[in-house]
Design a binder for this molecule. Sequence first.
Ligand SMILES: CC(C)(COP(=O)(O)OP(=O)(O)OC[C@H]1O[C@@H](n2cnc3c(N)ncnc32)[C@H](O)[C@@H]1O)[C@@H](O)C(=O)NCCC(=O)NCCS
Ligand SMILES: Nc1ncnc2c1ncn2[C@@H]1O[C@H](COP(=O)(O)OP(=O)(O)OP(=O)(O)O)[C@@H](O)[C@H]1O
Length: 660
Amino acid sequence: MKILGITGGSGSGKTTLLRAVEHLGGLGLDCDAIYHCLLETDDALVAAIGARFPGTVRDGRVDRPALAAVVFADPAELAALDALTHEAVAREVRRRLWQSEAPFAAIDAIGLFESGLAALCDETVCVLAPEETRIERLIRRDGISRERALARIRAQKSDEALRAQCGHALWADAPTPEAFQQQCEQFLKGVLMMEETKKFEKEREALLSSPKNGYDRISEADLAAMESYCKEYMKFISDCKMEREAVKWTIEAAEKAGFRELKPGMQLKPGDRVYGNNHNKSVIFAVVGSESLNEGTHICAAHIDSPRLDLKPNPLYEDAGMAYFKTHYYGGIKKYQWTTTPLAIHGVVAKKDGTVVTVTVGEEPGDPIFCVTDLLVHLSADQMRKTLAEGVTGENLRILLGSRPLKDDEGADRVKFAILMLLNEKYGLTEEDFLSAELTMVPAGPAREVGFDRSLIAAYGHDDRVCAYAAFKPLLDLGTPVKTAVCVLADKEEIGSVGISGMQSQYFEMFMEDLCEAAGASKRRCFEHSFCLSADVSNAFDPLYAETCDPTNNTKINYGTGIFKYTGARGKSGSSDAAAEVMGYVRRIFAKHDVIWQTGELGKVDQGGGGTVACYMANRNIETVDAGVPVLSMHAPMEIVSKLDTYMTFKGMKVFYEEN
Ligand SMILES: CC(C)(COP(=O)(O)OP(=O)(O)OC[C@H]1O[C@@H](n2cnc3c(N)ncnc32)[C@H](O)[C@@H]1O)[C@@H](O)C(=O)NCCC(=O)NCCS
Ligand SMILES: Nc1ncnc2c1ncn2[C@@H]1O[C@H](COP(=O)(O)OP(=O)(O)OP(=O)(O)O)[C@@H](O)[C@H]1O
């Protein structure tokens, strides 16, 4: 508890200051009042006064005016009275202080220093007012004569003496008691509250973790860079809705920036820029560093696949005069979210003649879109009684394609047939070609800014292309780093990082082996000294579903890029659970380069969970930690990220590549 000692001459305004302390929630200890109480209860004190000042105690009661006449007329007498009373008053003050739970207190005592009470105080203040003013106040307040008022004042300390003893002086010359009350509160806020913070300001800053919103920390330069980075990212995420498109897009951009395909027998030197295209579905980029690859690499590994509705091998059918595609969803989705939302078709068809046709419909302004219908609310009594998981089934996620029967045709399924004719005309497809197709339905349309302040971005597939772009983009402008920089854009993370293009595939090993060989290094040594940021999104705290998260252990929108020691489910199953030193390293470099970052975990314990590619990198003896952008509505057709977190993830990956 912080304690303020108040002193000053009679009528100066001490009590008014004390009332202001009480008004602010502090404990006010008025020593005159305490003394008056003691005179009612402390018989020994009264007896002692009576003994020392004969004639001033009658019937066990102190005659204060009589006592005043004696002591205010003679300083020695006053000192004698003080010697009798101060100890009792000070004892009672200490007792009241100990009992109190108030955040701060003030002791108003004419004998603040003489009684020893000043030693209890953190701050002391003398209240001062012109002598004539004080006299007038005393006459008015106490109804005493001018002479008695003057006698009191003369028996007390001079302003100079008070100033010399006290840490602060408050000049009580406000025109009214109310105005002075305000002046007092102003003074107290400074002395009692702000001073308290100031006193431990350094300690608080050093010891307490008090994360601030990124907008309170970001520099003007970073703000400008954030807007331009996010604009570029929005173009990327609008153009690339499946892994093949991301591979094509990034390879084209990389080639323009001087990257060439890594081929066996190549000799690489520092600054060389190479890439490996893994079956058009995943890709690895590398910029060779000045240090040997034996000293390790800095890897950012993200994934470029997202949840979606893939077409079944035999997708096309007609029912009730309408044509549909049957789908089988890919990755984790909440099925009801995919109905009545505009969808586009993306993908390729490998034809019998060996050619591969690319299909994209639904993205250009004049394009038609597709959709999954939902049951009208009027007839939904049964459906509405089902759980969210059951209300819309996976099998029912069928895509409405058209309704116009082929004119003059006499056969069955005239709508389906008409659609096939259109597909044949445009892409040369037959129904059998769907057997060797990779066609998928994804939300149609480009990324959009969200909110009046445009601080957020809505798009399909932020998970995980928001991290993929952050991992890829810095390489384009990277000079020759010290450590070789490697960006992995993997496929199949949403279904377990499996298959030839998933992070578990041997392709990564092979690329790294080729890279090490071309640079005269050993892959084994290289892995041993490498460090990987497993760049993947996390769930941003959503106040609408607050019960699913531990708010102090969850990433929040606008608090920066996330770094995660572990992901996984239940007892961290499926996580790589990074070592403390690994987290420490990332903290260090992010702090060094003003990267705004935060940490957290995926929801409350046992609420659910999820994994990333981190464990597959760590399995290769590569130090790995998860890092990425917090996302709202993860895995929904429209996911939301904040511009600040998106940019800070890019900045984090950039400084990571540049760091030794
Ligand atoms: C001096 C006495 C007799 C005056 O009594 P009276 O009824 O006239 O006035 P009251 O008690 O209301 O006090 C009036 C004014 O005198 C001031 N005063 C009180 N005691 C003292 C003192 N020892 N020295 C100087 N001024 C004093 C008060 O601050 C107040 O401004 C009485 O206050 C007293 O016995 N005081 C001794 C107790 C004391 O020392 N209290 C302060 C503890 S820090
Ligand atoms: N700035 C002011 N303008 C006008 N009146 C004031 C002002 N400050 C205080 N007063 C009045 O003057 C009187 C004395 O003030 P206060 O009781 O606070 O003085 P004090 O220092 O506690 O005196 P004492 O030690 O005699 O109790 C009170 O009636 C109070 O309302």
